[in-house]
Design a protein around this ligand. Structure first.
Ligand code: SAH
Length: 325
């Protein structure tokens, strides 16, 4: 088994069957340690000891989609909906700038209330106030034209997790009107426009096994994104998956290591979901090969409301405290 990790490090890819064998063995502590040590060494050779910080601003939890796993899905009646104004968002950026953040990630549900022009004006304004910062958007599936307009307005990066590369699995987690083909196409369109793109998936989502994860690794190998965001699936009240089992800490850490060995230069966040299932989850993520953290810059008053899943951490602290975490 250890030889598969050596092979991945050298060749940067494995055969489908090899992936399945390797991923099925994630409970082997020695194997995970071996992968993590190599992954950490690769991360250090590419990025030194740096960990990049991105400020996350969750500006709306209204969403027209109805993903079965997500706490802010349209038909969750318990979601306490909110929207930030442009002024609110600019105030978050101001606070972030003072704290030393140089990337702002604007994330939200697919909220039709905000028109394309609203985004353009906001992006312009952020870029004008902080010319040296990077603006990252993460607001789901839009038309190529919209993506292009936002890019021209100054957006630099876009995060859109593919959620799973297995089309049958994708359909089992989303309603009919959402398609795996469209989601993947969005990622290719974004890259073509010139964005730095991030894809990603949940670990341990219902119906996921080594075969699905093998396909995720293959999809990422093909797409070659700048960033890959992964975190454990965490059940969310008010969703069809509320009673499903949470994703595994060990498997998430193992996948971070394998991603680092496959995609040597990729930006790999140790996510909030990872920190939610274990108090030291994010630190363990960094040790396993991750090199990005995304502290929450949203106003404290709304943090609890952006409840993608239950027991989410960093919903109470001041941004400065959260930054130290
Ligand atoms: N609307 C945007 C942002 C989605 S929220 C978009 O479509 O990209 C960001 C990510 O949170 C999702 O891509 C999903 O992978 C993750 N997420 C949603 N529900 C989750 C849950 N119950 N457990 C863990 N992660 C979840």
């Amino acid at each position: 088994m250890f030889d598969l990790i050596d092979k991945l490090e050298d060749k940067e890819t494995l055969e489908r069957e090899e992936w399945i064998t390797l991923l099925s063995a994630y409970q082997d502590d020695a194997l995970r340690d071996y992968a993590a040590q190599k992954a950490r060494a690769v991360a250090q050779s590419v990025y030194g000891h740096d960990v990049y910080v991105r400020g996350l601003i969750e500006f709306t939890n209204y969403c027209r989609n109805d993903c079965y796993y997500c706490g802010i899905r349209r038909s969750n009646p318990d979601a306490d909906r909110y929207r930030l104004t442009k002024e609110d968002i600019l105030a978050c950026c101001e606070e972030g700038w003072e704290l030393g953040f140089r990337t702002f990630v604007l994330q939200g549900g697919e909220d039709g209330y905000f028109r394309d022009e609203w985004y353009e004006e906001l992006i312009h304004e952020i870029k004008q106030r902080y010319p040296k910062c990077a603006v990252t958007l993460s607001v789901g599936e839009r038309s190529g034209e919209t993506y292009r307009r936002w890019y021209e307005a100054g957006a630099d990066r876009y995060l859109l997790r593919h959620e799973t590369a297995d089309d049958v699995h994708y359909r089992s987690m989303h309603p009919q009107e959402m398609s795996p083909e469209h989601r993947k196409k969005c990622l290719y369109t974004l890259r073509e426009i010139g964005y730095q793109v991030g894809c990603g998936f949940m670990v341990g989502s219902p119906g996921q096994g080594p075969e699905q994860l093998a396909q995720d690794m293959e999809f990422i190998y093909e797409l070659k994104p700048h960033m890959v965001g992964i975190g454990p699936f965490v059940p969310a009240a008010g969703t069809p998956f509320a009673d499903k089992a949470q994703g595994s800490l060990e498997l998430t850490l193992f996948l971070l290591s394998l991603l680092r060995l496959q995609e040597k230069k990729v930006l790999l966040p140790a996510t909030t979901a990872l920190g939610t299932i274990h108090p030291l989850g994010r630190e363990m993520g960094i040790r396993a090969g991750a090199n990005v953290v995304m502290p929450n810059l949203s106003p404290v008053a709304v943090r609890k409301k952006y409840a993608l899943y239950d027991h989410k951490i960093c919903t109470g602290e001041e941004a400065a405290e959260c930054r130290a975490a």
